[in-house]
Write a new protein. Sequence first.
Length: 243
Amino acid sequence: MGRKLLTIRYLGVNYHGWQVQDNANTVQAEICRALEKLFCQKINATGCSRTDAKVHALKYCLHFDCEKNIPDKNIVKALNTFLPNDIRAVDCTDADFDFHARYSCKSKTYIYKIYEGIEDPFLYGRALNYSKKLDIEKMQKFADGLLGTHDFKGFSNANELKDTVRTVSECKVYKSNSKTVIIKISANGFLYNMVRVIVGTLIEVSEGKIDLNLYDEIFKTKNRNLAGFTAIPDGLYLYDVKY
């Protein structure tokens, strides 16, 4: 019996997130089906994050335990013959038995894509469409205030968690081309909808609906109503995972 660390990429348009559900198809369900076909045994895949429905991943890590001794490069190649085209295995390596894809993670990075102007049909389900021009300078000033260790309860839709303190090491707003705005956030962990609420807040900062210095009051009061709307999942991508 050995433990493997598998890295995958997927387009989340057709899936109800990562975690297996009774009445909807998920990325985890597809991975487990492919692993079962390859190893001829039921295998549980444990992921690094519970991504929501329609959220994408440029790098997603998971671990699983298996009995057969198959070379790692062959595992990747074989899995891709069993997986749908919108999910791809990228890399597979040995892992220690005390390794856990979720709890061993040191930090994660998400990016969020916003497309300015007339909606591009080729980006349907892959970005948030925004008809006006965003004020990136204002958004970045607010984003700078999110850096460091704070209680992010006011920037999430999580009600049940006791520990809502997280450390954000990076929060950048920039253009990747003339029409696409990227919001990139790295942290040691994320609360439920935290990135999407931050994105909605930054958009409302750009629109002048939220004051540039309101982040401090949101941290102190933990009042979700002071932050912005929850942006749609379509533009959200898990970008990097570090162990």
